[in-house]
Write a protein that binds this ligand. Structure first.
Ligand code: GNR
Ligand code: NI
Length: 170
């Protein structure tokens, strides 16, 4: 197991569009374990492959209070959504920023698990939000793409400044 480095906006690798997972083997399973370890360590409720520099179409999530509901989504797709609402959102790749975005409150998605077995699942509230957030990552998207250019520019400057400071003190 290993904790992977989480890339920060505006790293261009966060803009990669992923390609379907086709090889469900021990290497994939080990990578998924590393993604869970990285997500729990962060801590976060979801993590997409592009956030750790990989382009396989997969993400992991656990929105439970006691880290008891790990979910692997390989090749996920949303089947239906309902009830758009405005919610607060953050992202491990955009540290120290939260903003309001519009998301669906309930949805159903289809995906494959780490063995390649297809499944469907219903999700609501935070889990539904997380599914939408992770699917966006898998197409090179970030929740801040929904904000104004001015806000995105402010975030970029703030993160550049924080990165410089981290550089100076290292
Ligand atoms: O940890 C996370 N919290 C979160 C809160 C509200 C909406 C989405 C998320 S996902 C985020 C982890 C992350 O960046 N996943 O890609
Ligand atoms: Ni994210």
């Amino acid at each position: 197991m290993a904790i992977l480095e989480i890339l920060h906006f505006p790293d261009p690798r966060l803009r990669e569009i992923t390609t379907p997972v086709t090889q469900f083997d021990a290497a994939l399973s080990s990578f998924i374990d590393d993604m869970f370890e990285t997500m729990y360590d962060a801590p976060g409720v979801g993590l997409a492959s592009t956030q750790v520099g990989d382009t396989r179409r997969l993400a992991v999530m656990d929105c439970s209070d006691d880290k008891s509901q790990p979910i692997v989504m390989c090749n996920p797709r949303i089947l239906w959504t309902e009830e758009a609402e405005t919610v607060d959102e953050g992202c491990l790749s955009v540290p120290d920023h939260y903003d309001r975005v519009t998301r669906y409150r309930r949805l159903r998605f289809a995906a494959e698990d780490r063995d390649g077995t297809p499944y469907e699942m219903g999700a609501e509230d935070l889990l539904a939000q997380c599914v939408q957030h992770e699917l966006a990552h898998l197409d090179g998207g970030l929740y801040i793409d929904k904000l104004s250019r001015l806000k995105r520019q402010r975030i970029r400057r703030k993160l550049a400044k924080a990165a410089r400071r981290a550089e100076e003190t290292s």
